[in-house]
Design a binder for this molecule. Structure first.
Ligand code: NAD
Length: 506
C-alpha cells in the first residue's frame, strides 16, 4: 500500500545515460523543448522543436523519396524494416526504459511497448511478400481482370503520449513495406523517446542503399505542427491517434481535401461479469485492465457491468486487489502502477471524481500520493446508473461499476456510450459468450472473452467504431489502408466486346 522508496538516480540523469548507450545525441541549444519526467519531475534531455516551415520541407522531401521508393521491390522494402527491427532488438532495453522515464509506465510495459515494435516489424517483413490482390473472372471473352495494390504516397503519422513509440511503429512498418515514406508528429508530451526511436530508423535508412533521403522525418511540436501536416494535399494519408476532439479536427480537414485518414481515438471500454464467471480470473483481468498504465490506455477498462448475483463478491475482491496495488516509481519491479503523465491529468481525475460523486457515485480510492511526480491511487466508483460522467472518457484510472440483472440490459449499457473501441465478457457460459460476440452483442472493434479489454496483439486489426474513429491499424489486412487499389482489365483478344452487352459499332 505504501509507495516504494524512490530509485536513487533521477529520471532525467538516467535518460542521459540511456541516450548515450544508444549513441543518440539530442541538441542542447537552439529552439528546444525540455520536459520533466512524470516519475520525479526531474528535467529530461532537450529535444529540438520543428517549425511550421520544417513541415513543408519534410513533405517535399517525402514526395521526392516516394518517386523512387515506390519502385523498390516490396520484399527489398521489407529488408529495410527487418534491419530496423534488428536495431530495436539491440536497443530494446534502453528504448523501453526511456518510455518508462518519459511517460511513466511500468518498466515491464515500457519493454513490452518496444517488443510490440519488434513484432510489427516482423509482421511487416512477412507482409512485404504478400501484398497480393485478386484475379477476377471477366464477363468478356479474352479478357482478364485483377486488383493490384500500389504505393499511396507520404503517410503522416500523429501519435498520442500513452504509446509514444509503438503506434508510430505500427504505422511506419506497414507504410514502408507498402512503398510509402513516413512523416511522424509524435506527442508533444513524449518527444524524447520518439527522437531516440526515430534515430534508429534514420540510421537504418542511411545504411540501406535502396532507401532515399527523405524516407522518414520526425516533426516535434504540438497541435500547430500537426495541423500543418494534416492540411497538406501532398500527404494522401493521415493516420492519427489521440483524443476524439483531435480526431474530429483531423478527420474533417482531411476529408475536406479528399485525403484518407485512419483515426484511432478515445475509448470507454466495458467488461461484463456474469454469474458463471471465474471470479479469481475476473479480479486479475479487471485489476490489470483498469489500473495498468495508470489507466492511460485507449483500451483501459473504464466500466464494469456486474450481475447482481455476484456483485458484492466481485466488488469486495476487486477492492481487496486495489488495496494491494503498489503505486510508485515505475522503475521498481514490484510497482504495478506509475504516475499520470502530468499535473493536468491528475487535476482532471480529481474533477471527474467530484462530478461522479455529484451524480450519485460512491468512490473508493482515487487519492493523490504526496511525493514528487503525478501519482494517484486508482479509483473504483459504484454508480447508480450510467450517467453523463460514465459516458465520457477520462484518461485516468477510474473504473465505474454498474449492476445488471438481464444480459440484454448489460449489452445495452455497454453500447450506450459514444465510443466503440474495446469490450469483454467474463463468463463460463457458451450462450452468453456467443451472444456477446453476435451482431446484437458488443458494438466495439475489439471483443474479448474471459480476459480484460486491453493488451491487444499486433496480429489482429486494431481500432474501434463510433467516436473511436473507425480506423484499423496493425495486423490482419490493415495494410490495405496504406495502399491504393487499382482494378485492371486486360483485353488479349482481337475484338473489343463491351461490358453489359452494350453495342457501339462505327
Ligand atoms: P491528444 O489528442 O491530446 O494528442 C494526440 C496527438 O494529436 C498529439 O501528437 C497532438 O499534438 C496531436 N494533435 C492535437 N490536436 C491536433 C490537431 N488539431 N491537428 C493535428 N494534430 C493534433 O491525445 P493524448 O492526450 O496524447 O492521448 C490520449 C488520447 O489518445 C485518449 O483519448 C486515448 O484514448 C487516445 N488514444 C487512442 C488510441 C487508439 O488506438 N484508439 C491509442 C492511444 C491513445
Amino acid at each position: 500500500m505504501s509507495p516504494s522508496p524512490r530509485t536513487a538516480t533521477s529520471a532525467g540523469a538516467e535518460a542521459v545515460e540511456l541516450l548515450r548507450s544508444m549513441d543518440v545525441a539530442t541538441p542542447s541549444s537552439g529552439d528546444v523543448v525540455r520536459l520533466t519526467s512524470p516519475i520525479d519531475e526531474s528535467p529530461m534531455p532537450a529535444v529540438r522543436i520543428s517549425s511550421e516551415a520544417d513541415v513543408g520541407t519534410a513533405i517535399g522531401a517525402a514526395r521526392d523519396a516516394f518517386l523512387s521508393w515506390r519502385n523498390v521491390p516490396a520484399p527489398v522494402r521489407g529488408e529495410l524494416v527487418r534491419l530496423f527491427g534488428q536495431q530495436l532488438r539491440t536497443h530494446k532495453n534502453a528504448l523501453g526504459r526511456l518510455v518508462t522515464l518519459e511517460v511513466g509506465k511500468s518498466l515491464s510495459e515500457g519493454l513490452g511497448e518496444v517488443q510490440e515494435m519488434i513484432d510489427i516489424c516482423d509482421f511487416a517483413v512477412g507482409l512485404s511478400r504478400q501484398l497480393h490482390g485478386l484475379t477476377i473472372a471477366s464477363e468478356r471473352p479474352d479478357h482478364h481482370m485483377r486488383e493490384t495494390w500500389h504505393p499511396l504516397g507520404p503517410v503522416g503519422i500523429i501519435s498520442a503520449f500513452n504509446f509514444p513509440v509503438a503506434v508510430w511503429a505500427w504505422n511506419a512498418a506497414l507504410a514502408l513495406v507498402c512503398g510509402n515514406p513516413v512523416i511522424w508528429k509524435p506527442s508533444e508530451k513524449a518527444p524524447l523517446v520518439a527522437f531516440a526511436a526515430h534515430e534508429l530508423l534514420v540510421r537504418t535508412v542511411q545504411e540501406f542503399a535502396a532507401a532515399p533521403a527523405g524516407l522518414t522525418t520526425l516533426l516535434v511540436g504540438g497541435a500547430a505542427v500537426g495541423r500543418a501536416l494534416v492540411a497538406d494535399t501532398r500527404v494522401p494519408l493521415i493516420s492519427a491517434t489521440g483524443s476524439t476532439a483531435m480526431g474530429r479536427s483531423v478527420g474533417t480537414t482531411v476529408a475536406a481535401r479528399f485525403g484518407r485518414s485512419i483515426l484511432e481515438l478515445g475509448g470507454n471500454a466495458a467488461t461484463i461479469v456474469t454469474p458463471s464467471a471465474d471470479i479469481g480470473l475476473a479480479v486479475r483481468a479487471i485489476t490489470f485492465g483498469a489500473t495498468g498504465t495508470a489507466g492511460q490506455r485507449c483500451t483501459t477498462m473504464r466500466r464494469l457491468i456486474v450481475h447482481e448475483d455476484v456483485y458484492d463478491q466481485v466488488i469486495a475482491a476487486v477492492k481487496r486487489a486495489y488495496t494491494k496495488l503498489e503505486v510508485g516509481d515505475p522503475r521498481s519491479p514490484e510497482i504495478h502502477s506509475g504516475p499520470l503523465i502530468d499535473e493536468s491529468a491528475r487535476t482532471m481525475m480529481g474533477a471527474t471524481l467530484s462530478e461522479a460523486r455529484a451524480e450519485g457515485g460512491k468512490v473508493f480510492g482515487g487519492t493523490r500520493l504526496d511525493r514528487p511526480g503525478y501519482y494517484v491511487r486508482p479509483a473504483l466508483v459504484e454508480m447508480p446508473t450510467q450517467t453523463d460522467v460514465v459516458k465520457r472518457e477520462t484518461f485516468a484510472p477510474i473504473l465505474y461499476v454498474l449492476r445488471y440483472r438481464e444480459l440484454e440490459t448489460a449489452l445495452h449499457l455497454l453500447q450506450d456510450v459514444p465510443q466503440g473501441l474495446s469490450s469483454s465478457i467474463l463468463t463460463n457460459q457458451l450462450r452468453e459468450a456467443e451472444v456477446f460476440l453476435s451482431a446484437r452483442g458488443s458494438d466495439c472493434g475489439i471483443a474479448n472473452v474471459n480476459m480484460g479489454t486491453s493488451g491487444a496483439e499486433i496480429g489482429g486489426a486494431f481500432g474501434g467504431e463510433k467516436e473511436t474513429g473507425g480506423g484499423r491499424e496493425s495486423g490482419s489486412d490493415s495494410w490495405k489502408g496504406y495502399m491504393r487499389r487499382q482494378t485492371q482489365t486486360v483485353n488479349y483478344g482481337l475484338s473489343l466486346p463491351l461490358a453489359q452487352g452494350v453495342e457501339f459499332d462505327v
